[in-house]
Design a protein around this ligand. Structure first.
Ligand code: FAD
Ligand code: 2HG
Ligand code: ZN
Length: 486
């Protein structure tokens, strides 16, 4: 499989159908009558046929589809009517949220119609007594969080793409982010979903309760199924209270062994107030600081950096705890240097460093990205192994990520897509991960880029059942074809 990124002469990547020799599925060709039908349904303003690059090209500019039509429904009924028509006509559809996905799941591969959820963007209610919010799928995560904060709550999910990604996209990818160590993943926080099936049927699985053991827990099928089983249009989410006191420690360490000891100490000594535990190695860190001159780091020059956040309700108690944790770690020689701050501006400055790490890698050059779960003791070994395997062919081989959840982001950078490196890293990374019984996709999903590797994390019987489920939900396979399942 050969993929190319835009060369410097042309800012756009090549069409993926061509570079990857994708055989178009047996779908109907879109015609003028379809377009008129959709215009009557949605109004002309919400049917786009021109300037579609932003919908056809993925965030990393790695995958490019050739859709001729983008539809922007404004209600669940409109989503249902669109899918009913597409199903009858056998027109393929890709549901799209904020298009920040990193596995090529959100863009067409051939000429699928893009169904954008952008207009379904309302927060319908936030109940400060129950903590339950009801929100439409196309609401931008940051806007949703702001609404929750207005009544003292917060969305239990935070990630670097929050200013663009949609809550429906988050649910459809089962996005993780930087607070899973505290709040768990979306399978716990999402209480209910409304999803439109390929047939146009609306499946109402909304619930306002944590406890609901009435048969199969079908909502979970839509959490992480990446638009292959239905289109999520609405959901209810349990939002915790926003913490009154937030502190961040940014520390430098000499070895990964010290990183692990510090993590254990954080769990033991910060306990209930620990809300994030992130790792950045020096190559990822240096690259971000080099690329974005506006970033300010209180410390530099260490092999590893950890960002440890606490969130609680008693500033004095929390500060005391985190300061004690740092000084104990320093006394033991595990933490070499660091800073602790509760000043909201400084907290943000430190978080900015972590958030810009992946963007610096994406913007600077071509980047092979791996998002894997590994046992903690083996968490960083693969970065060294891969660095050795790639040698001077790669410009940066670095690791960072959500240490608190055993989720490593392993990135291999090179100037342009490089077939030699590609062969050295894939399927090696997946074989290595599978041997350690890890997951080949911890939080980004499978999409298009990882569909050939699903078997490293799922056995053949499980994959067969996934296929059967897909057939049951979407017998004509119109929803997000060429993704997840081969
Ligand atoms: P899209 O990219 O538009 O779509 C993603 C998938 O979901 C596609 O398969 C699409 O078809 C499907 N989909 C979207 N909306 C719907 C819907 N309403 N119904 C059905 N299917 C739908 N991910 C993490 O998990 N953790 C992180 O920390 C993280 N950090 C990131 C940081 C940056 C800078 C970037 C660029 C990405 C990051 N991501 C992270 C990846 C990405 O942001 C998440 O996967 C996010 O959840 C995608 O949301 P989206 O709205 O952009 O979805
Ligand atoms: C993060 O944690 C994201 O920053 C992106 O999941 C990771 O791009 C990556 O490798
Ligand atoms: Zn991540």
């Amino acid at each position: 499989m050969v993929r190319t990124l835009a060369s410097s002469a042309s800012p756009l990547p090549d069409f993926t159908q061509i570079t990857d020799k994708v055989q178009r599925g047996n779908y109907a060709q879109l015609n003028d009558k379809d377009v008129v039908h959709f215009e009557q349904l949605l109004g002309k303003n919400h049917v786009l046929t021109e300037d579609l690059d932003a919908y056809n090209i993925c965030f990393q500019k790695r995958i490019r589809g050739n859709s001729k039509l983008v539809l922007k429904p404004g209600s669940t009924d409109e989503v249902a009517a669109i899918l009913r028509h597409c199903n009858e006509r056998r027109l393929a559809v890709v549901p799209q949220g904020g298009n920040t996905g990193l596995v090529g799941g959100s863009v067409p591969i051939c000429d699928e119609i893009v169904l954008s959820l952008q207009r379904l963007n309302k927060v319908l209610s936030v109940d400060e007594v129950t903590g339950i919010a009801i929100v439409e799928a196309g609401c931008i995560l940051e806007n949703f969080d702001q609404r929750a904060r207005d009544v003292g709550l917060t969305v239990p999910l935070d990630l670097g793409a929050k200013a663009s990604c949609h809550i429906g996209g988050n649910v459809s990818t089962n996005a993780g982010g930087v607070r899973v160590v505290r709040y768990g993943n979306l399978h716990g926080s999402v209480l209910g979903v409304e999803a439109v099936l390929a047939s146009g049927q609306v499946l109402d699985l909304m619930s306002n309760f944590k406890k609901d053991n009435t048969g199969y827990h079908m909502k979970h099928l839509f959490i992480g199924s990446e638009g292959t089983l239905g289109v999520v249009t609405k959901l209810s989410m349990l939002c915790p209270h926003a913490s009154k006191s937030v502190n961040v420690a940014f520390i430098g360490l000499n070895s990964f062994d010290d990183v692990l000891k510090t993590f254990v100490s954080a769990k033991r000594n910060l306990g209930e107030i620990l809300s994030s535990c992130e790792l950045i190695d020096h190559l990822a860190f240096d690259n971000a600081l080099d690329h974005y001159k506006f970033l300010k780091s209180p410390i530099t020059g260490y092999p590893f950096y950890m960002l440890i956040e606490t969130s609680g309700s008693n500033a004095t108690h929390d500060e005391e705890k985190i300061n004690q944790f740092i000084s104990d770690g320093m006394e033991r020689g595990e933490i070499i240097d660091g800073t602790v701050t509760g000043d909201p501006g400084k907290v943000q400055e430190i978080w900015k460093i972590r958030e810009m790490v992946p963007l610096a890698l994406i913007e600077k050059s071509f980047c092979f990205k791996y998002d894997i779960s590994l046992p903690l003791r083996d968490f960083y070994g693969i970065v060294d192994v891969l660095r050795e395997r790639c040698g001077p062919l790669a410009t940066i081989v670095c690791g960072y990520g959500h240490l608190g959840d055993s989720n490593l982001h392993l990135n291999v950078s090179c100037e342009h897509f490089n077939e030699d490196i590609y062969k050295r890293v894939e399927p090696f990374v997946y074989e290595y991960t599978s041997q350690l019984k890890g997951s080949i996709s911890a939080e980004h999903g499978i999409g298009f880029l990882k569909k050939n590797y699903l078997h490293y994390s799922k056995n053949p019987i499980a994959i067969d059942w996934m296929r059967d489920m897909k057939k049951m939900f979407d017998p004509n396979a119109i929803l997000n074809p060429y993704k997840m399942l081969n």
